[in-house]
Design a protein around this ligand. Sequence first.
Ligand code: ZN
Length: 227
Amino acid sequence: MTALLDGIYDGELSIGELLGHGNFGIGTFNALDGEMMIIDGVCYQLRGDGSAQVATLDQLSPFAIATNFVPRLKLEAPRNLQRSELSEFITSHLPSENFMYAVRITGHFQEVKVRTVSKQQRPYRPMTEATMDDKELQFHDVHGIIGGFRTPVYEKGIGVPGCHVHFVDDARSKGGHVLDFTLAEGTIEVCPGTDLELRLPLTQEFSEASLAPEDLDQQIHDTEVKS
Ligand SMILES: [Zn+2]
C-alpha cells in the first residue's frame, strides 16, 4: 500500500496467479486502471466511469489482497447500517481486534457512494495527487455485495488499516471503492485470517520507492477515506 501511495502503479502479479491464492479479494490494476473486486473466484475490474467488467487472467496488479473466503461468523445487519457504524458493529462481534478479517456484506443498499481510480499515464504522480480528481458516484436502491478486509493497525502500510471495502452490484455491472453506504437490510459474513503471505514486486521502481513516509496516516486518509 505504501508503494502505491508513492506512485508505484505497476506490479508483476497476474490476475491468474492471484486467483490461485484466493476466491475473494480487492485491489487495483496496473497503471491504477480501476478498482478490483474478486467475488466467488471471478475478478472484476471496476473502471473510472463506474462500470464493471470481468478482468482477464493476464492483467497485472500492483496491489491486491486475496483469501479463500470461509464465513465463520454470519450476522444479520442492523437496519440502515451506515459505513461509519460498520467497524464498531463488526468489532463488537469479533473475538479479537488483533487478527485479520475478510468481510462480505450482501444485501439491499439504500445508497452506496464509491470512487474509482482512473488509469494513469507515466510519469506517475503520487497517489494523493492521482486520486485528487477521482469521480465520486452514487448508486441508489441497489442490491449487491460490499467486500473487503478489516486490517489491524499494526499492518498499516502493507494494507489499509480499518475497513477497506469495494462494492459490486448483483448484475456485476457497476461498482467501486466504497466511501460511504447505507445498508437497508443484509447479511454480514466474516472470515478470520491468521496467516499472511506477502509478495513484493522485483521491479527497479519498487526497490527505489520511499516506503516509510512520515505522513503515512495522512496519505492513507486522503486517498482511501477522503472525508
Ligand atoms: Zn480500495
